[in-house]
Design a protein around this ligand. Structure first.
Ligand code: SF4
Ligand code: SF4
Length: 217
């Protein structure tokens, strides 16, 4: 989310860093799986999400596309998102007990919910979406702990970097700066370079991402 959105309407009016505490604790979601259902195309996946899903389940991106992931247009570019199942409208990874089957490798948007990100000045902060989580009595939790991401500093640097990298092309696409053929080519390059080409499970993700981004220019 960019700053021009009216944060006051959807949040408690504050922004947070990962060192802050926020009212996100929801009693381990007991009896609730609302944010794993009816999410439409909103759980967009970044390359780290796909790396985690692919490596964690020993699947290729094409195999993910056959089951849990689909492609849609996000601000002019084709990107992957978690697919809601046709009949149940629930995430492919939600089990019959209403729990996430891939909790340890769940995507970044699932990890931070009900937090969102607000981007400004080449970085981002978190904000609390006050209308989204269905739990009533929320407790304060340190955001770093809530996210549960190892190497958080590098992860957050990657999140900013990916956002602004994409934003440049999304802005150009939305302004109509590409004809149909050029836009198709750009989309194929982004998908190929950052998603379709398998990541090496033995190498460092962030280094590999940097190498791929350099090769993209
Ligand atoms: S809506 Fe809140 S309580 Fe329900 S599953 Fe999501 S995070 Fe947990
Ligand atoms: S990946 Fe897990 S946490 Fe995320 S929507 Fe699916 S079931 Fe829910």
């Amino acid at each position: 989310m960019e700053r021009e959105w009216n944060l006051a309407e959807v949040s408690d009016g504050k922004v947070y860093s990962s060192s802050d505490m926020a009212k996100v604790g929801c009693n381990d979601c007991k009896g609730c799986s609302a944010c794993c259902r009816n999410m439409g195309q909103s759980i967009v996946l970044d390359p780290y999400d796909v790396y985690q899903l692919a490596v964690g389940q020993n699947q290729s991106f094409q195999e993910l596309l056959a089951t849990s992931v689909e492609l849609n247009v996000v601000e002019g570019l084709i990107l992957p998102n978690l697919k809601m199942q046709e009949t149940s409208k629930s995430c492919y990874y939600l089990n019959e007990q209403g729990r996430c089957r891939i909790h340890s490798i769940r995507p970044g948007m699932c990890r931070m919910f009900p937090l969102g990100r607000v981007y400004e000045n080449d970085t981002f902060q978190y904000f609390l979406q006050i209308h989204e989580c269905k739990a009533e009595q929320k407790t304060k939790v340190k955001i770093r702990q809530w996210l549960g991401v190892s190497d958080l500093k590098r992860y957050e640097n990657f999140i900013s970097d990916w956002h602004y990298f994409l934003k440049k092309y999304q802005n150009q696409a939305m302004k109509g700066m590409y004809d149909e053929g050029a836009l198709k080519q750009l989309n194929m390059r982004i998908l190929n370079v950052f998603y379709l080409t398998p990541y090496d499970r033995n190498s460092d993700f962030y280094e590999e991402y940097e190498t791929r981004k350099c090769s993209f220019r």
